[in-house]
Design a protein around this ligand. Structure first.
Ligand code: GDP
Ligand code: ZN
Length: 403
């Protein structure tokens, strides 16, 4: 239900804004009325119509919170249905002589595609590379594509089929500066599994929050997985650290690739879904995966390694690799991506990614309160009363400083 939650959040935000607008109007009765402001979400894809900003541009009639919430839930449900239908019709829409495949990994103009259980090295048709989009990436791991396989067993990607979701991150040009383009890390993703280890390396809650924000910006469900729980010395300390996340509504699972704790639960969670594994290197992503499916190890064959004997010198930065789980679900590993990036996130938007802070912010005296130095701040009061955890509030402050 993350989409529905997003809508509800957008509605709550809208209501706060309306309250603010009303109070401002009372203060300045002759103020010129402006139209709804377009938010700076233009770096997002055109199909990100369900980003919170989109909804704010729609006039919401004051018809009672209940009925509005219902309407919004229905819209979310329909959007999911539509996305599903789109993918179905696309399947019959393969260009003649092509086969459907799933992209295992992609790197620039090359990719590896799984076609009927066989990995095929493919080039991407040039005409696709010049298509005008807001993305720097044409194909990504998880994409469904139409491939024309030639006599030598290599292929050409002729078409990228419509995506039902994607995980993208702001693109930073090598030479510095900013760009409004985004890089697609993975396509057709259902959820993000945020993997952190309790120790070695020690849990880093700020990074967990950054991943949670990135997932939500991409409208993806996020689940937190705390691995290496065999290294927990003090159960109470673990619970104190995780409680704020559970209370904020996130699913948290505890695992140990060493002892096998939580592996069945994790396997169940990954079933029939495409899951992106996000986490620092060394937290145990690879070990978890080989526990889930013995024999499957991450980074077994990358474009880089295979490129050694042919296509020497080819550009080999691979952002993500897809691993099929016995035909039932898939995991996408993202080695080398430490963060999905919070670029273009506006300071005032940050609180909306913290459900408990957003709730408490309704009590702030100032509508543009940053919950740091302002008097009569509902968030600071909630922290004092223990309703918002100090850990999450400190993470919020740290991230705010970087925006
Ligand atoms: P990745 O970089 O996230 O894929 O991490 P790896 O799976 O390569 O694991 C890094 C190291 O942590 C390896 O030495 C693993 O043996 C170890 N490790 C992984 N999971 C666990 C665990 O649950 N408990 C303990 N004690 N060590 C683990
Ligand atoms: Zn405040």
């Amino acid at each position: 239900m993350p989409k529905v939650q997003n809508y509800q959040k957008a509605i709550e935000k809208q209501e706060r804004k309306q309250r603010l607008r009303k109070s401002k109007k009372n203060l300045r009765p002759n103020a010129v009325k402006r139209g709804p402001r377009q938010k700076g979400w233009d770096h997002m894809a055109d199909d990100d119509w369900d980003a919170p900003g989109f909804y704010e541009n729609e006039r919401v009639m004051p018809r009672g919170t209940q009925s509005r919430h219902k309407e919004v839930e229905e819209m979310a449900r329909q959007s999911i249905k539509q996305a599903g239908e789109e993918v179905d019709t696309a399947e019959q829409d393969l260009p003649p002589g092509t086969q459907q495949g799933e992209v295992v990994e992609a790197s620039g103009e090359h990719c590896v595609v799984l076609v009927e259980g066989k990995q095929i090295d493919c080039a991407v048709r040039r005409s696709l590379l010049v298509n005008e989009t807001t993305f720097t990436t044409v194909v990504a791991a998880g994409d469904m594509v139409a491939v024309r396989v030639n006599g030598t067993g290599e292929g050409v990607v002729e078409k990228v089929l419509p995506r039902r979701s994607l995980l993208a991150r702001p693109f930073r040009p090598n030479k510095g500066g900013t760009s409004s383009f985004r890089q697609i890390v993975a396509a057709n993703v259902d959820q993000v599994l945020i993997v952190a280890s309790w120790r070695l390396p020690s849990i880093w809650p700020e990074l967990i929050d950054r991943y949670l924000i990135a997932a939500e910006r991409n409208q993806l469900k996020a689940v937190i997985c705390i691995n290496k729980i065999d290294l927990v010395e003090d159960e109470a300390e673990l619970e104190v650290t995780l409680q704020p996340y559970r209370e904020a509504g996130y699913q948290v699972i505890l695992t140990s690739a060493e002892t096998g704790v939580g592996i069945d639960l994790l396997r169940e969670l990954l079933k029939a879904s495409k899951t992106v594994f996000a986490g620092l290197s060394g937290v145990g992503k690879s070990s978890l995966l080989s526990q889930i499916q013995p024999g499957l190890s991450l980074r077994a064959l990358s474009i880089g390694e295979r490129g050694k004997n042919r296509n020497q010198g080819r550009h080999t930065t691979t952002m993500a690799t897809l691993y099929s789980l016995n035909g039932n679900g898939a995991v996408i590993d993202t080695p080398g991506i430490r963060e999905f990036g919070l670029a273009f996130l506006e300071r005032h938007e940050l609180a909306s990614f913290y459900p408990e802070i957003a709730r408490a912010a309704a009590e702030c005296q100032y509508a543009d309160c940053t919950h740091t130095h302002e008097p009569n701040c509902g968030v600071k009061a909630a922290v004092d009363q223990g309703e918002v955890s100090l850990l999450r509030y400190e993470n919020y402050q740290k991230i705010l400083c970087t925006l």
